[in-house]
Design a protein around this ligand. Structure first.
Ligand SMILES: Nc1ncnc2c1ncn2[C@@H]1O[C@H](COP(=O)(O)OP(=O)(O)O)[C@@H](O)[C@H]1O
Ligand SMILES: [Mg+2]
Length: 501
C-alpha cells in the first residue's frame, strides 16, 4: 500500500499541494485526476521520493519512504514514468535501458534489448533500432521507452504520469490490458490521465485534485464523467464550450504541395504527397508518428527541401519563417527554452522577435514583458508573472503558453503537432475553440495528431499518413475503425492493386 499523509509543497509563492492525503492499495489501479496545474505531477514526484515535501510523509507498506533519487524508489519497488521523459539523450536507447541494471555484474545488452522487444511486441509498440540515440527519438518513442524501462524492474508500484496521451489508437487497448494484468498480480498502478472515460474504464479508485487539494476520492463504479468533470473544475467555473460548430469558409490556397517526395538516407520519407492548405481551413493529418509528419512540416516551413515535387506558397515575397509558424511536438526541446523567462521565450518566435527587437538589435524589454503579461492573461496561462522561467510551469501550462505565443504572432499558416497533449479537457476545448477562431479569421492550419476524435471535431479535410504516403479520408463516410486501419497502413488503393491470388 502506497500512502501519502498531509503532504504540502510550496514553490516560491505557489502552493502546489496543501495537505494532500492519498492512498493506493495493492492490486488496484488508481486514477489521479485534475486540471492542468492541480498538483498531480508534484504529488507523483513526492510519491516516488525524488521531491521532498515541505511537510507530510509517504509510506510504502507502512514503512516511510526516504527522499532520494529515482534509483532509491526503484529499490523499494516503485517505478515511474514521469511527464517529461528522463533519459540520457546522448546514449542509445539500449544503453538507457541497461543503465538501471548497473548493480548487476555484467551488462548484457542483448538480453536487455531482447526483453524490451518482447514486452514491446506484447504491447504493440514498434521500437527503433537499439543503437538509435535517444535524442533522435520522437517524444512518444521516448515515453514508450520509459514505459518499457519502468516495467522491466517488475515494480510493486507503477506510477504513470499521462502516458496514454501519446499512444496511438492501436496501442491503447493492449496497454490498458497490461495495466489490468499488473493489477491481477497484486501490483499497484497509479495513472494520471485527462481522459475521464479511460480512467473510469480501467481504474478501481479515483482521486481528484484541484488547486493542490483533494476534492474527491471514490470508487470508480460510484461516479461518472460528469461528476468527475465537476469536481475537477469546481462548481463556479463555466463549462468549457467545445469548438464552434459554425462552418468556416475556406478561402484562397496559401500553400500547395504537388507530388512532394523526400528521401533521407535512401529511405522514402515522403512519397508523392499532394495537398493544399487554404486560408480559413483546417487540414488534419492523422497518423502514427514517424510516418513522415515531421518531414512534411519541415518541407512546408521551408527548413527541408524536397527531393522532387513542387511547393507553392501564396505570397512568394514573404519570409517563410515568419509566415508559417510551427508548434513542434517536442515543446520542451524544440519550442521553449525552459531556463529562460516567459517573456524571453517570446523572442523565439520570428515574427514576435521582429516586433520586440529594434533595428539595432536592442531588445524592447518593457514591451516584451507587457505583451507577455497580455498573452498570459488572455490565454489563462497559470504563471506567477512574465518573469518566471518557463520550466516552472506545469506541463499543460507550457503547452498553453507555446500555443498562445504562436497565435499571438498571427502567422498566415500554423502547422501544429499534437496541440492538446497534456491538456485537461477544459483547456483542450478552449484551445480548439481558439484554433477555430484563428481559421475563421482566415488563418490556414495544418493539424498533425494521432487523436482521431480531435481531428474529426476540427478538420475541414482530413488525410491519413502512413510510410510517407497520404490518402484523403472521406469525412462523414468513413468511421474511426476504418481510419484506424488506414493509420496502420491499409490504404484502399493498395488493396485494390494487390494481385489476385
Ligand atoms: N519546479 C517548480 N517551480 C515552481 N513552480 C512549480 C514547479 N513545479 C510545479 N510548480 C507549480 O506547481 C503547480 C502544480 O504543478 P504540477 O504538479 O506540475 O501540476 P499538474 O501535473 O497537475 O498539471 C503549478 O502551479 C506549477 O506551476
Ligand atoms: Mg503534470
Amino acid at each position: 500500500m502506497l500512502a501519502a499523509k498531509s503532504i504540502t509543497k510550496q514553490f516560491g509563492r505557489i502552493r502546489a499541494l496543501a495537505g494532500v492525503d492519498f492512498v493506493a492499495s495493492r492490486g488496484e489501479i488508481h486514477a489521479l485526476l485534475g486540471e492542468n496545474g492541480a498538483g498531480k505531477s508534484t504529488l507523483i514526484r513526492i510519491l516516488t521520493g525524488i521531491l521532498r515535501p515541505d511537510s507530510g510523509q509517504v509510506t510504502l507498506n507502512r514503512i516511510p519512504l526516504q527522499v532520494g533519487s529515482a534509483a532509491t524508489a526503484l529499490r523499494r519497488g516503485i517505478a515511474a514514468v514521469y511527464q517529461t521523459p528522463m533519459l540520457f539523450e546522448r546514449m542509445t536507447w539500449e544503453e538507457n535501458l541497461a543503465l538501471g541494471r548497473l548493480n548487476q555484474r555484467r551488462l548484457d545488452f542483448v538480453q536487455v534489448t531482447a526483453e524490451a522487444q518482447a514486452v514491446a511486441a506484447d504491447l504493440g509498440f514498434t521500437l527503433p533500432p537499439p543503437r538509435t540515440l535517444v535524442e533522435e527519438l520522437s517524444v512518444p518513442e521516448r515515453v514508450r521507452l520509459e514505459i518499457l524501462r519502468a516495467l522491466r524492474s517488475h515494480p510493486q508500484v507503477l506510477i504513470l504520469d499521462e502516458p496514454t496521451s501519446i499512444l496511438s489508437p492501436t496501442e491503447l487497448q493492449p496497454f490498458l490490458a497490461l495495466l489490468c494484468r499488473l493489477r491481477s498480480q497484486g501490483r499497484t498502478v497509479v495513472l494520471v490521465t485527462h481522459k475521464l472515460a479511460e480512467a473510469l474504464a480501467v481504474a478501481d479508485h479515483v482521486t481528484i485534485l484541484r488547486a493542490g487539494k483533494v476534492v474527491g476520492e471514490t470508487a470508480a463504479c460510484h461516479t461518472n464523467e460528469a461528476e468527475l468533470a465537476r469536481l475537477m473544475m469546481g462548481e463556479d467555473r463555466p463549462r468549457p464550450s467545445s469548438a464552434p460548430t459554425e462552418r468556416r469558409q475556406p478561402g484562397k490556397p496559401v500553400v500547395q504541395l504537388h507530388q512532394i517526395t523526400v528521401r533521407s538516407a535512401d529511405r522514402l520519407v515522403l512519397d508523392r504527397v499532394s495537398l493544399t492548405l487554404h486560408s480559413g481551413a483546417i487540414v488534419g493529418i492523422a497518423g502514427v508518428e514517424r510516418n513522415g509528419q515531421e518531414e512534411l512540416v519541415e518541407v512546408i516551413a521551408g527548413v527541408r527541401s524536397a527531393s522532387s515535387g513542387s511547393i507553392v506558397v501564396a505570397d512568394p515575397n514573404c519570409d517563410r519563417r515568419e509566415a508559417i509558424a510551427i508548434v513542434p511536438q517536442d515543446r520542451d526541446g524544440d519550442g521553449l527554452i525552459l531556463e529562460l523567462s516567459l517573456w524571453e521565450n517570446l523572442l523565439l518566435a520570428p515574427r514576435l522577435r521582429r516586433r520586440l527587437v529594434s533595428r539595432h538589435g536592442w531588445i524592447r524589454r518593457a514591451s516584451a514583458i507587457q505583451l507577455c503579461e497580455e498573452i498570459i492573461s488572455l490565454f489563462n496561462v497559470r504563471a506567477y508573472s512574465a518573469k518566471v522561467p518557463v520550466g516552472s510551469l506545469s506541463g499543460g501550462n507550457r503547452q498553453r503558453f507555446l500555443i498562445a505565443r504562436t497565435l499571438a504572432a498571427t502567422p498566415a499558416v500554423i502547422a501544429a503537432c499534437d496541440i492538446s497533449r497534456g491538456l485537461d479537457f477544459s483547456a483542450a476545448a478552449e484551445l480548439r475553440a481558439r484554433l477555430c477562431e484563428y481559421a475563421r479569421r482566415g488563418g490556414a492550419v495544418l493539424l498533425i495528431s494521432a487523436d482521431l476524435e480531435e481531428l474529426f471535431e476540427l478538420c475541414d479535410r482530413l488525410y491519413v499518413i502512413n510510410r510517407g504516403r497520404v490518402a484523403e479520408v472521406r469525412l462523414g463516410q468513413q468511421n474511426m475503425a476504418e481510419i484506424g486501419l488506414m493509420m496502420a497502413g491499409h490504404f484502399a488503393d493498395e488493396t485494390e492493386s494487390r494481385p489476385e491470388k
